[in-house]
Ligand binder design. Structure first.
Ligand code: 48F
Length: 259
């Protein structure tokens, strides 16, 4: 059998088009494929929810690859370890209450399990805006990262969704854009931005801060702490995983109640 370049091209174009067009109307659109966004997508997809992730970069995994200061090991506490175990990531107890995992194994396994659970992942695409109708977010405004990086004047395209999850990490990009465009301080009268590092307080706060901050928009992971001005926590990742699972639970409740 001959291998024809034309057929290879057609296979890529047609299968990508099918994947993207089936995601034009989705139940949950997650912006950012770091640990919190991937975990939220995994738990939603596992329950049969239609979910897509849009990730600006070539690779998924956000800040997890680099562990702490490029030492590519991550630390989790007991509750975070349970989620790593659910994904099948190996952990080793370092001292009572602290477990370590290989960052590369963690990212690659979480990615793989999330795709296999049914989430659709689109890398190299960034969410530059949201659509808002009658006081509720109804969709994402998307463009190629390459367009953004080159500063090209190319209009975006849109998808429709019941819920948006801002999983963009420290900058909380979706919350930022809503705040800027609506001249609205969400959720309180404060500018978006995380507080100084305090691992314990940050890990506690991130779960409380995982919530709906504007109708149809949830925040998870560092974006949640940034919106509420809570501390950053550095390379302990349990809070990111737990926050992703919490976002999935809250959205599932919303979907079940038909909101
Ligand atoms: O930063 P990131 O890993 O966020 P996270 O899930 O986890 C934070 C930790 O990595 C670490 C930490 C742990 O304690 O503090 O920093 O909260 O992943 C965020 C992802 O969102 C992508 C970005 O490229 C990254 O992979 N992203 C950011 N803005 C956009 C975006 C955008 N506008 N559109 C699409 N993706």
């Amino acid at each position: 059998m001959q291998i024809e370049e034309r057929v290879i091209t057609k296979a890529i174009l047609q299968s990508y088009y099918r994947k993207l067009s089936s995601s034009l109307e989705t139940q949950v659109a997650i912006v950012g494929g770091g640990p919190s966004g991937l975990t939220a997508a995994y738990f939603l997809a596992k329950e049969g929810v239609k979910v897509s992730i849009f990730e600006r970069k070539l690779s998924l995994g956000g800040g997890m690859w680099g562990g702490g200061m490029m030492f590519n090991q991550i630390v989790v506490q007991r509750a975070g370890r349970e989620i790593l175990e659910e994904f099948g990531v190996c952990t080793e107890e370092f001292s009572p209450g602290y477990w370590v995992a290989d960052a590369v194994e963690a990212v690659s396994t979480i990615c793989s399990k999330t795709v296999k659970a049914g989430a659709k992942i689109f890398n190299l695409i960034c969410a530059e805006d949201v659509t808002i109708k009658e006081g509720k977010a109804t969709g994402l405004v998307l463009n190629w990262t390459a367009v953004e990086a080159a500063g090209l004047h190319v209009d975006p395209l849109c998808i429709e969704t019941n819920y948006i999850v801002d999983a963009t990490g420290h900058p909380a990009r979706v919350a930022q854009v809503i705040q800027r465009k609506l001249a609205l301080k969400i959720p309180s009268q404060r500018p978006i931005g995380e507080g100084p590092m305090w691992a314990e307080a940050g890990e506690k706060a991130v779960l409380e801060n995982t919530q709906e901050v504007y109708p149809g928009v949830f925040v998870t992971g560092m974006a949640a702490n940034a919106v509420f001005g809570a501390p950053r926590m550095g390379p302990i990742f349990g809070g990111m995983l737990l926050s992703g699972r919490r976002a999935a639970e809250l959205i599932q409740e919303g979907l079940n109640s038909g909101l």
